[in-house]
Design a protein around this ligand. Structure first.
Ligand code: ATP
Ligand code: MG
Length: 455
């Protein structure tokens, strides 16, 4: 009943038909020109004054209709990148494969894209694909209608013209949004084959906007999930980071599991979510990340990936130190071996940058140092540049039940007091430790950036 009504109001007839687009007036969609950012509005108006077509498109229109605050604004136009650049004082062309223009308006950067063509596998615009059908080159200009058809979901193919306050809707995206449905444009299997990242986008956007994935859009994901392995690692890393910092990481990860996407995608999700302690740790970390995003705080990718991979490190660490093979590495070298092994596997899949890998290692390497609560060592830990992250990590470990809550509390108290109070908190140096320390001097440090004195 409601569906019928929405379809009538927003002009949906048989789904998937390729007729003229619906032009939806402000009375129906409710988005006034003042709702969009100043920069995007001026960009569109400038292009229109120069005789070009221009619209605000994509995520921003979708988010406004859904009552969310857009993250950024994209503009689509029939002007070529060079023509766009000439319309603005502060604009530069970026990208080699498909050029787009960054238009700077005050502190805003608007991404302006020329309408892209639709690749017709049988027609003249033959796309270059790999053996699995993934589109490798996608760089022809096209018409407005073609531009709409090559977007992923119906709700992402909405073109808002601030001048007339009309939304041009080629694929019934407004009706789908009102009905809380995420629906692929075209045949879902073909579209996932062209770009497997769309499977991850389906999960992220449905969680972000609070939509149900249409059954025909969801169904192929499980059997096609391994296509994700063909995606270049750097792109996968970007997309995973977007997903984990979307403010809906908990929902996204639940959804990844429910559509069958976590297997093979990230080894950590495979293994970890299936063991209770690991699952609890990851769930706590993601919930905390979501909270930070909603509070407008920054998220450190290093911290995030350190939490996601920690239980894998723990498992490898345990395996190395209890191995029957001789010689068994001692505790700290074994931790470093485990860390490297886990990061190497991830690097292949996810292209974790070297800087982020460095952050991750710092956080992990600090963990055994928190066990040292006597002598000068705790002061050394406090001086670590990444102390705060390492300490937050320890709190999570305690909260998840992996380490004693008393240890985390001790560090909280130690951080909060100073001078004599701090000194009074130190635990006595155990006799055997004192002896060991005396004997060890001077010593050769084999891991200079590592856990330092701990052994
Ligand atoms: P958000 O900005 O919230 O991450 P978004 O939908 O705006 O979401 P962008 O990556 O900014 O995502 O992409 C802008 C628009 O480009 C999308 O709305 C969609 O129309 C199109 N798009 C992005 N990625 C793809 C893709 N893999 N396949 C087809 N169209 C895409
Ligand atoms: Mg966007």
């Amino acid at each position: 009943m409601i569906r019928k009504f929405i379809n009538r109001v927003f002009g949906r007839k048989a789904h998937g038909e390729s007729g003229d687009p619906a032009a939806i007036g402000v009375g129906k969609h409710g988005i006034h020109r003042e709702a969009i950012s100043h920069g995007s509005r001026r960009t569109v108006e400038t292009l229109q004054q120069q005789g070009y077509k221009a619209y605000v498109v994509g995520g921003a229109v979708r988010d406004l209709i859904a009552g969310l605050l857009p993250k950024d604004y994209d503009v689509a136009t029939n002007a070529t990148p060079e023509q766009v650049r000439r319309c603005f004082r502060r604009a530069r062309i970026i990208g080699r494969r498909f050029q787009i223009v960054h238009v700077m308006m005050g502190s805003e950067t608007i991404e302006v894209t020329t309408f892209r063509g639709h690749h017709d596998q049988h027609g003249g615009n033959k796309a270059h694909t790999d053996a699995q059908g993934r589109v490798l080159r996608d760089n022809v200009f096209g018409s407005e209608k073609e531009d709409a058809a090559r977007r992923d979901f119906t709700i992402n193919a909405l073109y808002f013209d601030p001048t007339s306050e009309t939304i041009i809707d080629y694929h019934h995206g407004v009706a789908d949004l009102k009905q809380k449905t995420l629906r692929m444009i075209g045949d879902p299997q073909t579209r996932y084959r062209e770009d497997p990242v769309r499977m991850l986008r389906a999960v992220r956007l449905s969680a972000k906007v609070g939509l149900n994935i249409d059954p025909a859009t969801e169904r192929p994901i499980r059997e096609m999930s391994e296509l994700i392995e063909n995606v270049p690692p750097s792109r996968l890393f970007d997309e995973m980071l977007k997903l984990l910092t979307s403010g809906h990481a908990v929902r996204c990860v639940q959804q990844l599991r429910s559509v069958g996407l976590h297997h093979g995608l990230l080894p950590m999700l495979d293994v970890i979510l299936e063991q209770p302690l690991g699952e609890r740790f990851v769930a706590l970390a993601l919930a905390k990340t979501d909270r930070r995003v909603h509070e407008g705080k920054t998220i450190s990718p290093g911290f995030l990936f350190a939490t996601l991979l920690w239980h894998e490190v723990l498992a490898k660490w345990e395996a190395l130190t209890s191995s029957r093979e001789r010689p068994v590495p001692s505790r700290i070298p074994a931790l470093f071996l485990a860390m490297d092994e886990v990061l190497d596997v991830q690097a292949e899949k996810l292209a974790i940058t070297r800087r982020i890998a460095g952050d991750i290692k710092d956080i992990w390497a600090m963990q055994p140092r928190f066990e040292q609560r006597s002598g000068k060592r705790p002061y050394g830990v406090l001086e670590q540049p990444r102390f705060r992250a390492g300490y937050d990590f320890l709190l999570l470990r305690a909260e998840s039940g992996e380490v004693d809550g008393e240890l985390a509390q001790w560090w909280t108290d130690f951080t909060n007091c100073d001078g004599d109070d701090r000194a009074a908190m130190l635990l006595p140096v155990k006799a055997h430790e004192a002896k060991k320390r005396r004997r060890r001097k001077p010593r050769v440090v084999s891991q200079p950036d590592a856990a330092g004195e701990v052994e």
